[in-house]
Structure formats: structure tokens, C-alpha cells
Design a protein around this ligand. Structure first.
Ligand code: GLV
Length: 314
């Protein structure tokens, strides 16, 4: 039995160390392989730890019992036609990942709500000027996607006093958060949302969901925050809605092409706040315990927890 780590951009040594500390029964010197290294018999691999694995990589291992994703989104794995669909795929559920995403969302929502981004520009011009302050209780935040990340952000935003609603495929019950669900509820949800936060999984159903039509259904002067995937936004439509004045601003952490090309007009757009896909980075130290517990379950022949539905795509 062996573990293969296929996560090019991520430091394998850090993960090896934290997992070795949680799993003393496994010999990480002999049974842990960092792609493209692998055992002579690929059938020896039963567990893959992955982040954006190259296409075809997972189909090389006929004895795979489980694939564990080292990030929140599983879109890059499910887009691979060769993914062995009988193998359970486990999402990363990590309190630190959730906490950090909530921090990002709160920071961006407060920036727009209190217009801190505009005060930053006043400072650059040595301009001592105050703007009208709207009350938190009347500011309507809408979270697209009430999964692990969206639910936590919604709960914390509601606890600060925002008027929070969420939109999801199925009804969700979260204290202080209004649940809109299903396609029919999308238009009313957009119509009541001053600050829209996208935390959806990227699936065929959600690709391009932030487009000219949907953005036009937000009230005049709304803001958009996308910390999910670039594929959710039609960037030309978003820029057009900002330029026409319909949208007051956008905070984007994700883009159709990453890194965002130096020539992209998004970089210098006066109404856009750009961050380089850092809203919430995985924290090996915190995530290792849950992953180790799943590795133990799998090796005992039990079902892993936190499985992704391959049909739903999240
Ligand atoms: C980052 O984008 C993630 O999916 O964890």
C-alpha cells in the first residue's frame, strides 16, 4: 500500500511531515511517493493526495481506493474525463480553510460597506472628506452557495448585523440567514442583494453564472465579490457592468486565466480590487488530522467521510 502526492505547486515535504506526525503507523520514507516518482508496481498505490493533478495521472493507479483533494474546489479533478469514477473523491473540510475564507469575505464586504477602498483613494490625494454611512442592518448581503464555506461566511456576516440571504440548490436552514433555493428563487435573490458574494462550486450549472443578464438583476450600485472560481464570471460582462455604473465595485480573487495576465484591463480598473487567488489557502497543520482519519478509515475498508458527489460535481 502506498500514498501518492500529486500536487505540483504545493510543498510535498510540509504535507509529508504533518501527515507523518498524525500517522506513525505508516512509513513515509518508503510508502509516500511524490509525483512523478511512483512505485515499480503502480498497483501498490491505494491513496492519492491531489491538487490540480495532470489529466490521466489518476487513471495510472488501478488499486486506488480513494482520492483526497488538498483544496476546497474539486472542479479540476472532475473536469478530467479519465477520472476513475468508481474511486471515492474526498473534499477538504478544514476549520482553518473555512475560517480564512470567512475572514476574506468579511474584509471585502466591510471594505465595500464602509467604502474603505474609496477612503484609500482619498488618502492618496490628501483629501479629507467624509461620505454618508449606511447602516449595517439595511445592507443586504447575498451569498451564492451555502456549502461549508458559504454557510460559515453567511452566519458570521449575519452576526455582525448584515441582512444576509443565501442562494443554493436546496433549502438551507441557517440562523439569521434567509434561504433562497432553486432556479425560480434566483431572480428575487439577486434583486434583494446589495453585495453579492460568490462561493459556489464550479460545475456545468454554475459556469458563467455572473454574466450580463444576472448582473443586471442586481440593484443599481451593487458590489460583487468572487472568491470561488474565475469560471463563474464572464469578465467582459463584469467590466461592462462596472463601466456603465450599474455595479459600484468588484473584489476578485479568481480569474478566467491565472495568473491574471499583466495586460489584463482588470488590474488597473479603478473599481476592481484584485487578489491573486489567496482568499483561503490550505493549512496542512490544521487539515492533516481529518485527512489522517480518512486514510485510517480507508485502510480499514471503511467509507471515507466528506465524499464529493461525482454527479452533482461538489
Ligand atoms: C482554492 O481555490 C481551493 O479550492 O481550495
Amino acid at each position: 500500500m502506498g500514498i501518492i502526492f500529486i500536487a505540483g505547486e504545493i510543498d510535498a515535504d510540509v504535507w509529508r511531515d504533518v501527515l507523518a506526525a498524525e500517522l506513525p503507523e505508516i512509513d513515509f520514507d518508503t510508502d509516500f511517493y511524490v509525483w512523478p516518482d511512483r512505485p515499480t508496481d503502480p498497483g501498490d498505490i491505494d491513496i492519492a493526495l491531489v491538487w490540480r493533478p495532470p489529466e490521466n495521472a489518476l487513471s495510472e493507479f488501478p488499486g486506488l481506493a480513494c482520492v483526497i483533494n488538498l483544496g476546497a474546489g474539486v472542479d479540476s479533478i472532475l473536469n478530467d474525463e479519465t477520472y476513475p469514477r468508481h474511486v471515492p473523491l474526498v473534499r477538504m473540510i478544514d476549520p482553518a480553510l473555512t475560517r480564512h475564507m470567512t475572514e476574506f469575505v468579511i474584509q471585502r464586504v466591510l471594505t465595500f460597506h464602509r467604502k474603505f477602498h474609496v477612503y484609500d483613494s482619498f488618502q492618496r490625494n490628501h483629501d479629507w472628506k467624509e461620505m454618508r454611512q449606511e447602516d449595517t442592518l439595511t445592507k443586504r448581503v447575498g451569498i451564492l452557495g451555502l456549502g461549508e464555506l458559504g454557510s460559515d461566511a453567511a452566519r458570521v456576516l449575519a452576526s455582525i448585523g448584515f441582512d444576509v440571504a443565501g442562494w443554493s440548490r436546496r433549502e438551507k436552514t441557517i440562523d439569521g440567514v434567509q434561504s433562497f433555493f432553486g432556479e425560480d428563487a434566483f431572480t428575487p435573490f439577486l434583486g434583494r442583494t446589495d453585495i453579492l458574494v460568490c462561493l459556489l462550486p464550479l460545475t456545468e450549472a454554475t459556469r458563467g453564472i455572473l454574466n450580463a443578464d444576472t448582473l443586471s438583476q442586481l440593484p443599481e450600485g451593487a458590489y460583487v465579490i468572487n472568491a470561488a472560481r474565475g469560471g463563474h464570471q464572464v469578465e467582459a460582462d463584469l467590466l461592462a457592468a462596472l463601466d456603465s455604473g450599474h455595479l459600484a465595485g468588484a473584489a476578485l480573487d479568481v480569474f478566467n486565466e491565472e495568473p491574471l495576465p499583466a495586460s489584463s484591463p482588470i488590474w488597473d480598473h479603478p473599481k476592481v480590487l484584485v487578489t491573486p487567488h489567496i482568499a483561503s489557502l490550505s493549512s496542512p497543520g490544521s487539515a492533516a488530522r481529518e485527512i489522517a482519519a480518512n486514510i485510517r478509515r480507508i485502510r480499514k475498508g471503511e467509507e471515507p467521510t466528506d465524499q464529493v458527489s461525482l454527479d452533482a460535481g461538489y
